[in-house]
Design a protein around this ligand. Structure first.
Ligand code: F3S
Length: 398
């Protein structure tokens, strides 16, 4: 890969340890994927924040980098393993909290915004159309590429951090227009009525368009929260982190539907629900906010929970960024949800919090949430917001 004089100096260590290490990572990636050069990025989203996934080795790696590593571009952070303020309320142990706080301290020292959310585009990290960025976190990457029309590969935690310290990323993969062409036409005839249908749609398209870029037709309307949910699901279940939705997402006007074609009908969505849902009627955990909730979703939840009480046998979490919760505070939504017995899980989520062995069965609106909850050994139920609120109140799935 060609390096400018300044980049060569960075690689030789002239700007310190973190930049040198970062350049080594970027050059290695660039060489593996055949990049010709580095390109500037407008922002970075760093994943790999939960101490649960990092462990002591990860913490040590971050502390080494934090000694002299400072980010050069706007850099935001994915969810951590706990609510940084109210971790006790969520049943997180003091030992875990201590380690998680050390992880956060390292990121803070690097100059990263402690946003702890997988929806950075809702809280101020919003790239423009066509902008190159280096994001990790698959749902955010898919949203950036597809809904915003920015350009990013699906970075890992270390390569995103490296891009942040250098301000650049190797130009390969989805940074190049020739790799962004759709390669399968997905015709959707299924009716999409509720938020979880978008997760089911993502499941179905992810399976049918495995490792491909879908060009989706047949959908005439999509709200931001629906697209957010679809982005998380389609990439979790197999597609590349980029899709086009005709007439809805940017760039869809540039391409014709590819010849290779599949359809998604009502029966495919039913099948997706069957695959995602387990046999269980008892629910002891309900979590809404995968990806993290928007203020609109929190408002809908508050409306449904007004004058109701969460079952004493059920824990109900609203996962969102602290910034969005602050908006919820101003609207009175927080008060309604907490009065009903719900808990805000800011800065964290159902996948990266240390939940293994704590709950038997989860209800959620999110297909991605179900995927990761199974890895946390929970039975899963995916349904509409109304069904999830009913499960929280009754402790049952009906
Ligand atoms: Fe976000 Fe966690 Fe879901 S990172 S997309 S809430 S699994």
């Amino acid at each position: 890969m060609y390096l400018t004089e300044k980049e060569e100096k960075m690689l030789s260590g002239e700007e310190g340890y973190a930049v040198k290490k970062s350049m080594e990572i970027l050059v290695a990636l660039g060489d593996i994927y055949g990049a010709e050069r580095l390109i500037k990025v407008g922002s970075v989203q760093v994943a790999g924040v939960s101490y649960q996934n990092l462990g002591d080795a990860g913490l040590e790696f971050l502390n080494e980098l934090a000694k002299d590593g400072r980010v050069k571009v706007l850099t935001t952070l994915n969810p951590a393993g706990m609510d940084l303020e109210n971790w006790r309320k969520l049943g997180i142990s003091a030992e875990f909290a201590e380690k998680q706080n050390l992880v956060i301290d390292a990121f803070r020292k690097m100059g990263i915004i402690i946003s702890c959310t997988c929806t950075p585009y809702l809280i101020g990290n919003l790239p423009r159309y066509g902008e190159h960025v280096a994001w990790s976190e698959s749902s955010a990457v898919t949203f950036a590429n597809s809904v915003i029309g920015a350009k990013t590969n699906r970075e890992g935690g270390p390569s995103a951090l490296a891009a942040a310290f250098v301000g650049k990323t190797p130009c390969y993969g989805l940074h190049l227009d020739e790799n962004r062409e759709p390669d399968i036409h997905v015709q959707v005839t299924a009716e999409l009525k509720r938020i979880s249908d978008w997760g089911a749609l993502g499941y179905s398209i992810g399976k049918k368009a495995e490792n491909k870029i879908p060009y989706i037709t047949g959908i005439t309307d999509a709200e931001l929260d629906e697209l957010k949910s679809f982005c998380a699901s389609v990439v979790t279940y197999g597609a590349k982190p980029l899709f086009y939705m005709q007439g809805i997402t940017p760039g869809s006007e540039k391409y014709q539907p590819p010849k290779d074609q599949v359809t998604v009908e009502d029966k495919d969505l039913r099948e997706a629900y069957e695959k995602i849902n387990d046999e269980t009627s008892e629910i002891d955990f309900v979590c809404i906010g995968c990806p993290h909730c928007s203020i609109k979703e929190i408002g809908e939840m508050a409306e449904l929970l007004k004058d109701r009480k969460v079952s004493p046998n059920t824990e109900f979490w609203v996962a969102c960024s602290r910034t969005v919760k602050q908006l919820a505070d101003t609207r009175g939504y927080t008060e309604i949800i907490e009065k009903a017995g719900g808990k805000f899980a800011c800065d964290t989520c159902m996948a990266v919090a240390p939940l293994k062995g704590r709950f038997k069965a989860v209800a959620t609106t999110s297909a991605k949430g179900c995927y990761y909850s199974r890895q946390n050994k929970m039975l899963t139920k995916m349904g509409s917001l109304e069904e999830c609120i009913e499960a929280a109140v009754s402790g049952k799935w009906s």
